[in-house]
Design a protein. Structure first.
Length: 201
């Protein structure tokens, strides 16, 4: 079984699934089997059940980790939607702050609006914007949903913001300076802060 919980730069991360509808050119999964202190983040046969996730949480000592717990891992967390919500609710009961790192495609993955439901549990939602236009997004991230993906990401981020949750956009510095500037403009127009992440190979 892959690590369900692991630490990276002194934060606790949750790895719920390896499923993802994208194939981003910069995806860290292409560079190795794990990040941080994890041994492997690839699940061999199946994604963990909620009982397996709960057991991993119960065995973990959170006392030295006072920062937020981050749902990220080697896949898109909203692909494990029911477990994502149940796990977030379980951790919230423990008084922990939660951040979701997502590709923003949850509505297309789960075939329904999901922002409100997700934002009930999370303090921060970090959405990978990645590109300034649908065409550039498709080229960089190859989403299985095709051209509808970029608009769906913007809608998801907008609806998260409407709930009052702390929403952030991210881009990775593999794109041009001009594209980063265009992403910044788009983020500014939506009133959502943008963080430029450094690509790590
Ligand atoms: S959305 Fe995330 S997990 Fe999926 S391919 Fe892109 S970087 Fe990798």
């Amino acid at each position: 079984m892959a690590d369900i919980l692991y630490t990276f730069e002194n934060k606790v991360y949750l790895n719920l699934t390896n499923a993802c509808p994208c194939r981003c050119k910069f995806c860290i999964r292409q560079n190795g089997d794990a990040v941080g202190e994890a041994q492997t983040l690839w699940f061999e046969a199946h994604s963990p059940s909620f009982d397996e996730i709960k057991a991993a949480i119960d065995a973990w000592d959170f006392t030295s980790y006072t920062q937020e717990v981050v749902f990220c891992g080697y896949g898109e967390p909203t692909c494990a939607y029911e477990n994502l919500l149940k796990t977030a609710a379980y951790l919230k009961e423990k008084g922990l702050k939660l951040r979701l790192n997502t590709n923003g495609l949850s509505d297309l993955i789960n075939k329904k609006p999901t922002a409100k439901e997700i934002c009930k549990y999370f303090d921060t939602v970090s959405v990978s914007l990645n590109a300034p236009t649908a065409e550039k997004y498709d080229d960089l991230c190859a989403p299985s949903f095709g051209n509808a993906s970029f608009e769906a990401i913007l809608k998801f981020a907008r609806e998260c913001k409407e709930t009052g949750v702390n929403v952030k956009f991210t881009v990775v510095d593999v794109i041009s300076k001009e594209d980063i500037a265009a992403c910044q403009k788009l983020a500014d127009e939506m009133g959502i802060p943008l963080r430029v992440r450094t690509y790590t190979s």
